[in-house]
Design a protein around this ligand. Structure first.
Ligand code: N01
Length: 510
């Protein structure tokens, strides 16, 4: 067992954790370490390798503003290209030198005596510990696959795989396949599997709204222009951003304004499916935008294929051989793909973080609901900042914009507290409450609340705790400066090394 102290520990090496590492380096905070259980950078873009995995946000806006990529091959990028992009950016900033891959963080506990986080992780099968003055959570909400709680699922004798843990050694060609779920992952998987499966059953619990996907490859001349025409990429990003923000207005303040989107979705159904019965089955019964609006040109034509059945009767249980629906029909299959999403509001990660009073984040959030101040700091968990924390998710534009907003806040937090010799920073309970009351007030009129759907946007209390209501530029403004008055702070004294002295204390393994 080894034990070390660092200024900052970042958990997670996806878009947010990597971004945090780069920003720390750029601002002179060199005493940090990144811990990630995987073997390279990318987070969810490393883990989700299912066939057809792609981004439904345009390529030019799904990248860091400080690392624009003129080489995108398509208007919407696919997983391998995004994964490569993230690793290239990490290489350019030499973040690998500060990253411990294969490190699975199992526990993080705030220690009042030393004003540090005590972090436990396993690496190479060995338990390791690390102390950090600041803990940055960059694990993201889409990291823990949610296996459906369906009776008998453990009895199934065939292959079962979750969309986020794809088994590439298992060949689906000619097989009888079932896909459970019709969310963002399933609508990308099903068209690919439909092409090669002997037979495919798609189990739909709720039909999603789907608009056409305007994806196309970029011509060489366009890539040349992205690289050489000053300001072109920034202008494209700006136009994508502006168009998307108008959707935010509809979702948050005026759901009726989204009617044209609904018409677009209905036209997509009409174009993709000939059978009137099937058209009816795939038409959602809730307001567009209440669940994530999906993008696909292939979903409906795939459901119309002769080797594909859409099953809407509801799953009763699973047997050794297949799936039985509520009407008693059993459909035998060789493999079940569960595209059933992630533990977002009930992530097991929340059980592993213990704050000043010893309670876990899960315990605290069970009581007050999943909340943070500005999506970042939670009262009772000093010196800990969550990236893509509560109320920062989006249904309309690039999460990278939100991440970069939080990175501004992170850097200013470290600069201000370091300069003042502050060793303990805890957001005030009333500041956190006021912030979240305002969010819930705004959400009351939103499509996510009024749209008549159930979604993973809500926590067990029925509150929408995952989404930012309104325009993303208002979040950017809210996080531009670290507003220290909203925090209780303690100045120096109990530390072994003065705050602000960035010594070389990263773990020896680096
Ligand atoms: O998961 P989901 P996902 N029995 O939770 C169904 C991001 N993402 O992996 O709607 C039967 O959306 C469930 O049914 P219902 C994006 O943020 C982004 O698809 O709850 N069905 C639903 O159909 C997205 O929102 C990209 O009634 C069950 C599906 O499973 C998030 O990831 C691409 C069930 C789960 O849908 C998650 O998407 C892919 C059960 N017991 C994903 N339990 C981009 O392009 C669940 N379902 C950026």
């Amino acid at each position: 067992m080894t034990s070390d102290v660092v200024e900052v520990a970042i958990v997670g090496a996806g878009f947010s954790g990597l971004g945090a590492a780069i920003k720390l380096s750029q601002n002179g905070f060199d005493d940090y370490v990144v811990l990630d259980r995987g073997s390279d950078f990318g987070g969810t873009w490393r883990d989700n390798t299912y066939p057809g995995a792609a981004c439904d946000v345009p390529s030019h806006s799904y990248s860091y503003s400080f690392a624009l990529n003129p080489e995108w091959s398509r208007s919407y990028s696919h997983q391998p290209e995004i994964h490569r992009y993230i690793n290239k950016v990490a290489d350019e900033h030499r973040i690998g030198e500060r990253t411990l891959f294969g490190s699975d963080v199992t526990q993080a506990t705030w220690d009042e005596d030393s004003d540090t986080w005590k972090i436990e992780y396993t690496r190479d099968g060995k338990k390791q510990t690390l102390s950090a003055r600041h803990l940055i959570g960059g694990v993201g909400p889409l990291c823990e696959p949610n296996l459906p709680d369906i009776a008998g699922i453990g009895d199934f004798q065939g292959e079962i795989m979750h969309s986020a843990r794809w088994d590439h050694d298992y060949d689906l060609t000619g097989k009888r396949v079932a896909v459970i779920g019709t969310g963002a992952s399933a609508i990308q998987i099903v068209p690919q599997v439909g092409k090669i499966a002997g037979h495919l059953d798609v189990y739909q619990r709720t039909a999603p709204w789907i608009i056409p996907r305007t994806e196309r490859p970029y011509a060489k001349a366009e890539n040349w222009a992205f690289k050489h025409v000053p300001g072109l990429q920034a202008a494209i990003r700006g136009s994508i951003y502006t168009a998307n923000e108008s959707v935010a207005a509809g979702m948050t303040y005026a759901p009726k304004a989204l009617k044209p989107v609904e018409a677009l979705c209905k036209a997509n159904i009409f174009r993709g499916i000939r059978d009137p019965e099937l058209r009816k089955k795939v038409t959602p019964t809730f307001a567009v935008g209440c669940k994530r609006i999906l993008k696909s040109n292939e979903w409906y034509p795939t459901l119309d294929r002769p080797n594909v059945d859409l099953v809407t009767d509801g799953i009763d249980h699973i047997t050794a051989k297949g799936i039985v629906t509520k009407d008693g029909t059993e459909r035998d299959v060789d493999v079940i793909v569960v595209a059933t999403g992630f533990h977002v509001t009930d992530s097991p990660v929340f059980d592993t973080i213990h704050g000043a009073d010893g309670r876990s984040l899960a315990q605290v959030w069970d009581e007050i609901g999943m909340q943070a101040y500005k999506g970042s700091f939670v009262h009772g968990f000093p010196n800990m900042m969550l990236l893509i924390g509560p109320s920062t998710g989006l249904g309309h534009t690039s999460m990278v914009y939100m991440i970069e907003s939080q990175l501004n806040y992170l850097v200013d937090y470290l600069k201000k507290t370091t300069a003042a010799g502050i060793v303990r920073t805890d957001v005030k309970a009333d500041a956190q409450k006021k912030f979240n009351d305002e969010i819930q007030h705004k959400l009351a009129k939103s499509v996510w609340e009024t749209g008549g759907c159930a979604s993973w946007y809500k926590d067990v209390h029925g509150n929408i705790t995952t989404l930012w209501p309104g325009f993303t530029f208002s979040f950017r403004n809210a996080t531009r400066r670290f507003d220290i008055d909203a925090y209780d702070t303690t100045v120096g004294g109990r530390r072994s090394a003065p705050a602000g002295k960035h010594g070389d204390s990263v773990p020896a393994a680096l």
